[in-house]
Design a protein around this ligand. Structure first.
Ligand SMILES: Nc1ncnc2c1ncn2[C@@H]1O[C@H](COP(=O)(O)OP(=O)(O)OP(=O)(O)O)[C@@H](O)[C@H]1O
Ligand SMILES: [Mg+2]
Length: 252
């Protein structure tokens, strides 16, 4: 299968601050790709360039076969974005939010599209309430549902589970897996390493403006010696405890 997203030498500065210094990455069709990086690494900046919201200073980005700079209209047809901060309208109900997006996307039968989404995301009972009465997890589900109206081929999720409790996080993971199983390409950013471990087919680590490591979880694990955490979690054998105590005695 071909590449859904191809980024080469992507550069972006804000004033004199160089945030992206030459980012290269490739996401295959139908894959879940996780971009990791600390606060301010430039994850959202990459997402904004790839979703045509921000122009890069240099390099190329091809999304679903179209250049984001010169064919942004075409790119917008193929993608959807669930941003880091919820895009839900607070005045409309959950159902009305979905109907509005279906109409904006010129879909036939917007009400039916909305009902299907509500059912799929377990929001039918809450459909006629305003999102301000929803829990954080319900708002995230509505947010993701909104971005899926019209069945985009590639979806961008910028920190989809930040601020969610573990249960709601697992619900979002389930949704993401189902989407990927259905053939949708998923580009997500996260600060939760466990999220990447659970979901991603490919992981890339953004640091100081570049992708410093990338690959499958297995490939990344090979780059590092066995983690200390593994040692801590492992129940020590009596022999190890014994030797440790002896060792301490001898050191004293
Ligand atoms: N419009 C802007 N004007 C000036 N600086 C910006 C702008 N947008 C982002 N930056 C800066 O670029 C850097 C990268 O920001 P970005 O939001 O891409 O990081 P991030 O990896 O998404 O961080 P977080 O994990 O906190 O969401 C930060 O230092 C940020 O302050
Ligand atoms: Mg961000």
């Amino acid at each position: 299968m071909g590449a859904a997203i191809e980024v080469k030498g992507l550069r972006k500065s804000f004033k004199d601050k160089e945030v992206l210094k030459g980012v290269d990455l490739e996401v295959k069709q139908g894959e879940i790709f996780a971009l990791l990086g600390s606060n301010g690494a430039g994850k959202t900046t990459i997402v904004k360039v790839l979703t045509t919201l921000l122009a890069q200073d240099g390099g190329t980005a091809i999304v679903d076969g179209y250049d984001v700079a010169s064919k942004s209209d075409r790119v917008r047809h193929s993608i959807s974005l669930t941003g880091q901060f919820a895009a839900v309208d607070e005045i409309l109900t959950g159902r009305e939010n979905l109907i509005m997006i279906a109409k904006l996307r010129h879909l036939d039968h917007p009400r039916q599209v909305a009902d299907n989404m509500l059912q799929r995301f377990g929001l039918t009972e809450a459909a006629d309430r305003k999102p301000s009465t929803y829990s954080g997890g319900m708002r995230r589900r509505l947010d993701i549902a909104l971005s899926l109206v019209g069945n985009p081929r590639i979806i961008f999720l910028d920190e989809p589970t930040t601020g969610l409790d573990p249960e709601a996080r697992i619900e979002v993971w389930k949704i993401v897996r189902e989407l990927a199983d259905g053939g949708t390409t998923i580009f997500l950013t996260t600060q939760y390493l466990e999220e990447a471990e659970q979901l991603a087919d490919q992981i890339a680590i953004l640091h100081e403006g570049r992708i410093i490591a990338g690959g499958t979880l297995e490939e990344l694990k090979k780059l590092f010696p066995p983690a200390k955490a593994e040692y801590v979690e492992k129940q020590p054998t009596l022999e190890e405890i014994f030797l440790a105590i002896i060792g301490k005695r001898e050191a004293n």
